[in-house]
Design a protein around this ligand. Sequence first.
Ligand code: C2E
Ligand code: CA
Ligand code: CA
Length: 508
Amino acid sequence: MPLTIKTRRSRLLVTVLSGLLPIGLGFAILCLQAQRALEQSTRVTAEEAIRQFDLMLDNTAHAARELLPLAGQSCEAVKLALREQVTRRPFVRSTNLVWEDNLYCSSLFGEHQEKVNADDYNQGTLWLMNGNPVTPDTALLVYRLNQGKQGALTTLDGYHLANVLRLIGRNTVLLLRVGPHWLSADGKVHQGDSPALPVAENQRASQRYGYWVTAGFPEGETWRYMRSHYPSLFSLLIFFGAVSALIAQSVQKRTSSPSHELQRALDAEEFVPYFQPVVHGISKQWSGAEVLMRWNHPKEGLVRPDLFIPFAEHSGLIVPMTRSLMQQTAQLLGPLSPAFKEPFHIGINITASHCQSLALVEDCRTFLGAFAPGSIHLVLELTERQLIEPTAMTLQLFEQLHQLGVMIALDDFGTGHSSLVYLRQFNVDFLKIDQSFVAMIGADALSRHILDSVIELSAKLDLGIVAEGVETTEQSEYLSAHGVNFLQGYLFGRPMPGADFIYALTHH
Ligand code: C2E
Ligand code: CA
Ligand code: CA
């Protein structure tokens, strides 16, 4: 069907997709935006943590630098100096002196003996330990400074480090890594791989000391961030989705509506005239033709009029469509008209709505103007199924048509309810007996009786009679014998395109 091309399901699909598209796109943009915000946050957090750790290590390094020249002196002589650094410097928990890789003096124990292994220290300077004999299971960061046989070790309490991880990190997971060991915000020292941080992971090394910091978020953080930061944008996205779906629906409705499709076809000149000959009842000579509309649809091919004429009538487009058909007919047949020996009948189907204004008179005048004077009879075929109201306007219209020499045929006669008064009021010239009656010829006696009554009635009204749908010689002979003036049907010719009709007409 040319006028129901889009199914409901495909329309619904387009509507749903149009609604989902802005929501999906908006969601993707918000996702990217959230990821970017989280990456920015981890970068800033890692940088801040490094700044804090560097500051703490500056203190321990300073203490070590001050003590290093004392290495080698007796523990008794330097003990106080070691303790002084512990009290004076923030973050420094203990200080120790080393001679030839041997820790021999400590601020905690005084004289002490312990081997120092440089390999324990990352880049020879930092060792993250999980406590010492005094405070086992408590993180401790040892800073080592060495020069020849002299060495100084200063320690930083893991408590301060964990505090930084906890306070700066807050929503971010922050880890401090020194060589193979790493410290988490709970103050525990671990060995080996640190846990993966799938969202916005950022690793940053200190430029001055041998450690680095990892910041990031666990799985699902992007979604959590979006939910807490963009709730109003979500509502806006849903609103846009709904608006977009509504627009898509209304555009589809408009573009797939029958009247839109018919208007498109009219602009593309897809409505073309076909011609079916009408012959004399006795001589069987071609005395005229009925113009029948066809829709030359680009996809569906040639479309029968009963599939689109009702829509055209409903939308009011039937008037310009008929006008176009009349113009095309005049263009095709007008040039041949000087050769017509007798007035050739040209039947045009007209709907009741076309009779609502005097414009029809102008259409007919223009049409007749394209033919040699007196060479044709323009016959307007009005169906008995839609009778025209006898108003002042319509009576004036038919009066003017009559003056112009236009004839009126009552189409599908016998299927409606026209009366004698009606036929007189509108100056009807021909009755076209509906093909359903013609089909009764050769059938049972009752059917034939109905047909005979219709023919009899037509004769009594003193009007020209045309029989439609004549398909057999039996029907043709029967109708001629009963005084039917004109015959139309497949027996004499099917509706054909303009070129074929002109060829047949000129060779007839
Ligand atoms: P209609 O005015 O009664 O036209 C006669 C219909 O009978 C045509 O169908 C024609 O092809 C068909 N026909 C002719 N001879 C035979 C036959 O021997 N056997 C059979 N079975 N059918 C035959 P078509 O062309 O399909 O048109 C159908 C209807 O569409 C027309 O009925 C008419 O009411 C309407 N129509 C066609 N063109 C126009 C038009 O330009 N304007 C308007 N308003 N209606 C039109
Ligand atoms: Ca007709
Ligand atoms: Ca008819």
